[in-house]
Design a binder for this molecule. Structure first.
Ligand code: ADP
Ligand code: MG
Length: 545
């Protein structure tokens, strides 16, 4: 590498790595990109942020040759470049890491990387030579990928690194990553950011698409904000703030931190003792969970997905009917098996449930919004009119709920599938919260939800807490757990690793607990976490657990 000043001088005079001028693209009546212009300097990380549907993926697909722009120009290193297909993109030095990887599962890393590269710039390299250059690249950028590993045996994080490796092997100078951290654990995301930093240091140009403000603030040099197909601003990351970016994304001021008073917990509402669940394969998913939640309190469960959080919610919500242990609600024991433990019985007992997977469990997609509002409560006397359901009453009630929860469009006759993800979630949250439950179970309340709606859903959960309800919150977003909860429990491998006060908890320690590690290890945290995750994936016992 040359000296820093020389590098800076070269960058100042060099043409931008990528320049887009006046790009527009419509899909039928939807104007996905409107007259978009950006310029990205070589050797920088440029973020593109925007809510779902803002047009980010469309713009990058145009740059990668998947879509043809209706209008506009692409310049690579200052030269007008036509990119009719992905071959042309690769030839222009552009690599793309997709949200859903395009790897052949039962091939090795090496095989995947050279697959289709033969007719590229590196005419049929020998396997030995290819393996060597993969090993070099892997070391240079801290990718830590074994060329001979089989894809299906790799973690999601490693598979993503194979995609990066593939792009680098094809001599990409510009790397585009579309929402890369959505599938990663916090430790894997940290590792990815180190890799991106290494790429930047080597003079590569990175475009990072995300809807997470924290990632933008952490790693990018410049950021462009998209809203409804338009590029609303491009700013230097060091000169902006999450609040400003949120406002640019949503078009109004957004409260990023949950505004809540300290909890004033009352009597114990939920008490769980030594809860155990074994799945159909005989694997113990819950290994003796004990917890209490008081009235007026939010207990948040932090953890990497798949460590028993879902099973805990499903036992409490009545979807798993073969648990062992003890549960009481307001001092009354709840059944753990059979009909009297099912969803209907749970609702009758005063438990409401916003399930993690709203598309599968929370809504019937082909049914209208008002029918979905009745769903799960259809035997409730409040919704009965003689032997029939009171449809007109339900329609009216749904209209009211849609208005209060700002569901758009506020049309109760529209099928659930025709609402955006955020509005679907608002329908489920409205239905459950308005039941006025003693205990609300909330799983991943804001997954795939726009930040404007996140703010609203969080406020509703806090409002319910302040009415003296008990709330059990499960989320893989540590930020969400930390800002919303009054107490945090960390789950790992079916057990609770510990309870912490979010006001005083150390996020690094929480990250370690999430990986099953107690106390202070003397190795770097990310390394211990990776080893543990790999061991768990392989079905063994974590070395640091
Ligand atoms: P983002 O990546 O910011 O979430 P997208 O670029 O995926 O947004 O989508 C922008 C808009 O274009 C959305 O309204 C989306 O529904 C629409 N859109 C994207 N791809 C297609 C397509 N292939 N056909 C029709 N509409 C599309
Ligand atoms: Mg997208």
């Amino acid at each position: 590498m040359t000296g820093a000043t020389q590098t800076e001088e070269r960058q100042a005079t060099a043409a931008p790595a990528i320049e887009l001028r006046g790009i527009s693209k419509a899909f039928g009546p939807v104007q996905a990109n409107k007259d978009i212009s950006i310029s990205v300097k070589k050797g920088t990380i440029h973020g593109i942020i925007g809510e779902n549907g803002a047009g980010k993926s469309t713009l990058m697909s145009i740059l990668y040759g998947f879509y043809k722009a209706d209008r506009g120009e692409i310049l690579i290193d200052g030269k007008p470049t036509s990119i009719p297909d992905s071959q042309a993109a690769i030839a222009a030095g552009i690599g793309m890491v997709f949200q859903h990887f395009k790897l052949v599962e039962n091939f090795t890393v090496l095989e995947n990387v050279i697959l289709g590269a033969e007719d590229g710039p590196l005419l049929r390299p020998s396997l030995a030579k290819a393996r060597r250059s993969l090993t070099d690249l892997s070391r240079e950028y801290e990718l830590n990928v074994d060329p001979d590993a089989v894809i299906e045996q790799l973690s999601v994080g490693h598979q993503q690194r194979v995609e990066i490796l593939k792009a680098l092997y094809r001599q990409a100078e510009i790397l585009i990553l579309d929402e890369p951290t959505g599938v990663l654990t916090p430790a894997e995301a940290d590792h990815l950011f180190r890799i991106l930093d290494n790429l930047r240091k080597e003079g590569k140009t990175v475009i990072l698409i995300t809807h997470k403000l924290r990632e933008i603030m952490e790693i990018t040099d410049t950021v462009s904000v998209m809203r409804r197909g338009e590029m609303t601003a491009t700013v230097k990351t060091a000169e902006t703030s999450p609040e400003e970016l949120a406002e640019l994304m949503v078009g109004r001021k957004v409260l990023l931190r949950v505004d809540k008073k300290p909890a004033t917990p009352g009597e114990t509402v939920l008490s769980v003792k030594n809860l155990k669940v074994t799945d159909g394969q005989g694997v113990e998913r819950l290994r003796g969970i004990s917890l209490d939640i008081k009235a007026g309190e939010i207990l948040g469960i932090a953890g990497v997905a798949g460590n028993g959080q879902s099973e805990l919610m499903q036992v409490l919500g009545g979807q798993i009917l073969n648990a062992k242990g003890e549960i009481t609600l307001n001092g009354q024991p709840l059944a753990l098996s059979g009909h009297s433990a099912d969803g209907m019985a749970r609702r009758a007992a005063g438990i409401a449930h916003v399930p993690e997977d709203r598309q599968r469990e929370g809504l019937i997609m082909d049914f209208a919004a008002w029918e979905n509002v009745a769903f799960g409560y259809h035997r409730d006397p409040a919704y009965q009119k003689g032997l029939l359901m009171d449809n007109a009453g339900l329609l009216r009630e749904t209209e009211g709920k849609m208005e209060r929860f700002d569901v758009r469009p506020p049309n109760p006759r529209l099928a659930a599938k025709n609402f955006s993800g955020g509005n679907q979630q608002k329908i489920v949250v409205a239905r459950e919260i308005e039941r006025n439950p003693d205990l609300l179970l909330v799983g991943q309340p804001t997954r795939g939800v726009d930040i404007g709606a996140i703010e609203f859903i969080h406020q509703e959960i806090v409002r319910l807490r302040d009415q003296g309800k008990a709330i059990l919150l499960v989320s893989v977003e540590l930020d969400e757990i930390m800002s919303l909860s009054d107490r945090v429990a960390v789950m790992f491998d079916g057990s609770i690793m510990g309870f912490r006060d979010p006001a005083t908890a150390d996020e690094r320690e929480l990250g370690l607990l999430m990986a099953g590690i107690e106390g202070e290890p003397d190795q770097p945290a990310w390394k211990a976490i990776e080893e543990n995750m790999k061991a768990v994936e392989d079905g063994g016992t974590p070395p640091n657990g």
